[in-house]
Design a protein around this ligand. Structure first.
Ligand SMILES: [Zn+2]
Length: 660
């Protein structure tokens, strides 16, 4: 068993070390999952000792049967782990296939040298202390030691308030721009968002509220603490011991459904106090495995492994499951709301109407979001390509999803009416930041045109027994939200907030603020022009208008030229459509085979009736793509046919196509 120690050491370097390195840089991943010191120590023990130890023990058991087989097994795994180390270093520096081949050669060469030369084994044995040093460096790194340190017990605040405590209903939507709710008079567009308007009629709308950060990990903590976020801190109770929940937990029963933050001591997000440590640890390890796969996989192949940069966990869930999860979180929150003799704080942070765009106003889901997926430039980071049509079509999808959010708000209002809690409750509906759709600009990083849509957040507040609506133009920041609720509830605390209550601020003084929503802004004007004049949003993509829509394919004048080849993305979804299912194939997308690189007009027919017309888009991979929403009622139960007509640049008539 001469190779037992080298195997243990190399497995540590190949598996534990890269994971530790990544997690120490991104503590938010652990923050949302770690319950306390026990969890993080167990996690490190599994990575550093249990997993490498497993391979050593396996080799030992094989040796017991056949010494030669055990030896080959050990050398084989040493070769694999060495190759993985080499691959982490080489990937991205050369084509994937070369990186993999070269790493393989390095791995084999190393294990041959190790088997041959005692001096190599001696050198590796000298690295044994690293088995302990690697986890120690991780556990004591500045971002991780907070999970262990006993100094970070949440402080118990002293509250001075006399009963009765009014129930609190506090809902944080994610990525909801307040500007998208507005009509040309900066009032809530009643036609599109009837439930937001209904609540605004009975509450105070602070319509010039701006976020203090466009990043969720910073903006949600700002809302929950009344203070500016700490740069680089993980959004958990270790970093933010003074927050809404620790402030009220001695007096209020907490019904809290967090999505990204972990602000209640020893209660990770998405769990309750009864979740056993084994279940929590399994979830952490599953997500860690997804992260590890992303660390070792060359960029060319990452498409086939779970993405870890779009959510804060549950990486292995199918896309559909993840979507259901965010809706599930909302319904858990809704179900938990009940009249109680104890004062309750009902809180939810729901990842809606956040990207991806998948909901129609009715709540039916369509698969994937090809337009938004294709519409981002190659640089990544959510920068739109320089194409007006793509940003308009994506904004249309987003507005439809916001109409679904309006429907959810309607469910909440109905529940509050039903339980008779509406009148006495403090109701607070807010968003952490917005999003923008402007050609060539980022969707979340404030730049020249997109700033207003990203920075303006929603802040609707109904105080106990408030009956009339009010719109205020005070200059409000999201850090003012918590001090304002405390003021409204007449709860006094010695804690200092960086924000201030805006309940009694002087409006005239702050009206001069530059943060007032500007309806003349190009983004606002474009939205009004494309969507603003209608009571309801068109169920199809709004442009281009074409006389073909609504006609039968046989009525359309067709060019006699050769047929064009069209490949649909996921053509099977149009067969055996079940109208009672929560999914509807309303997004029709595909590729056109063509040599031209100019824009084409694509008419989409469902069951022979033209239901949408869209523009094609030349992708970064030089493929001519198209995608458009068709109305839900285009489909029949069972099999549906899709026809695509294509109009080349400068032609007046459509060409027929063979659709695959
Ligand atoms: Zn957010």
């Amino acid at each position: 068993m001469a190779q037992a120690i080298p195997l243990f050491v190399i497995a540590n370097i190949a598996i534990a070390q890269p994971i530790y390195e990544l997690l120490a840089k991104n503590p938010a991943f652990l923050a949302a999952k770690i319950g306390g010191a026990g969890d993080i120590l167990l996690f490190a023990a599994i990575l550093s000792f249990l997993i490498p130890g497993f391979f050593v023990l396996l080799a030992k058991s094989i040796s017991a049967l056949s010494v030669a087989a055990g030896r080959w097994f050990q050398l084989g795994f040493i070769a694999i782990f060495t190759a993985v180390c080499a691959l982490i270093f080489l990937k991205g520096q050369m084509p994937a296939i070369w990186a993999i081949l070269l790493s393989g050669v390095v791995g084999v060469l190393f294990s041959v040298l190790l088997a041959r030369f005692a001096s190599v084994r001696f050198a590796i044995n000298c690295l044994t202390p690293f088995i302990f040093i690697i986890p120690l460096v991780f556990l004591t790194s500045s971002n991780i030691r907070q999970f262990i340190s006993p100094n970070h017990q949440a402080e118990i605040p002293t509250l001075a308030q006399s009963p009765p405590y009014n129930p609190i209903i506090f809902l944080v939507f994610d990525e909801l721009p307040a500007t998208f709710l507005m009509d040309q008079n900066r009032e809530i567009n009643r036609g599109l968002f009837p439930n937001f308007a209904k609540l605004a009629d009975r509450s105070t709308w602070y319509r010039n509220t701006v976020t203090v950060s466009p990043s969720t990990e910073e903006s949600v903590p700002a809302i929950l603490t009344g203070c500016y976020p700490i740069k680089g801190a993980s959004p958990d109770w270790h970093s933010y011991p003074r927050n809404l929940f620790t402030l009220l937990e001695s007096q209020y029963q907490l019904n809290v459904f967090q999505s990204v933050t972990n602000f209640i001591p020893n209660l990770p997000a998405g769990t309750n106090g009864d979740t056993p440590i084994a279940v929590r640890m399994l979830a952490i390890l599953k997500d860690t495995a997804a992260i590890y796969l992303n660390v070792i996989t060359p960029p060319e192949y990452t498409g086939s492994i779970p993405a870890v940069n779009q959510t804060w966990g549950d990486f292995w869930g199918s896309k559909g499951e993840k979507e259901e999860k965010r809706l599930h979180r909302f319904h858990e929150f809704l179900n938990a709301i009940a009249r109680s003799h104890r004062p309750t704080l009902n809180f939810a942070h729901v990842l809606l109407p956040h990207d991806p765009m998948e909901y129609l106003p009715s709540g039916k889901r369509y698969q994937d979001a090809p337009l938004s997926g294709w519409g981002y430039s190659r640089e990544g980071g959510g920068r739109w390509i320089n194409d007006e049509w793509v940003t308009i079509a994506s904004e249309h999808q987003y507005l439809l999803q916001m109409q679904f959010v309006d429907r959810l708000l309607g469910e909440l209002l109905a529940k509050l009416d039903q339980t008779g809690m509406f009148d006495s409750a403090v109701i607070l509906i807010t968003s952490d930041h917005g999003i923008a759709f402007w050609p060539g600009e980022s969707n979340r990083k404030p730049e020249k045109y997109n700033r207003q849509d990203i920075e303006h957040a929603l802040f609707l507040l109904k105080l106990p027994f408030q009956h009339s609506g009010q719109i205020r133009d005070d200059s409000v920041k999201t850090i003012d939200i918590l001090p304002t609720i405390m003021d409204g509830l007449k709860i006094k605390t010695a804690w200092q907030f960086q924000g201030k209550s805006v309940l009694n601020s002087s409006e005239t003084q702050s009206m001069a603020s530059l943060q007032k929503v500007d309806v003349r802004a190009p983004t606002f004007q474009r939205r009004l022009k494309v969507f603003g004049s209608v009571k309801s949003l068109p169920s199809i993509s709004p442009l281009p208008e074409d006389e073909a829509i609504g006609k039968n394919v046989s009525e359309i004048p067709i060019d006699k030229g050769p047929k064009v080849e069209v490949r649909l993305l996921d053509p099977r979804q149009f067969l055996a459509v079940d109208l009672s299912s929560p999914m509807i194939p309303a997004m029709v997308a595909g590729y056109v085979k063509t040599n031209s690189s100019g824009k084409m007009l694509i008419a989409i027919a469902v069951n022979k009736i033209i239901r949408a017309v869209t523009y094609s888009l030349l992708s970064a991979r030089r493929e001519m793509r198209f995608a458009a929403l068709v109305p839900e009622d285009s489909f029949v139960q069972g099999d549906n046919t899709i026809d695509i007509l294509v109009k080349q640049d400068g032609r007046s008539e459509y060409l027929q196509s063979n659709v695959h």
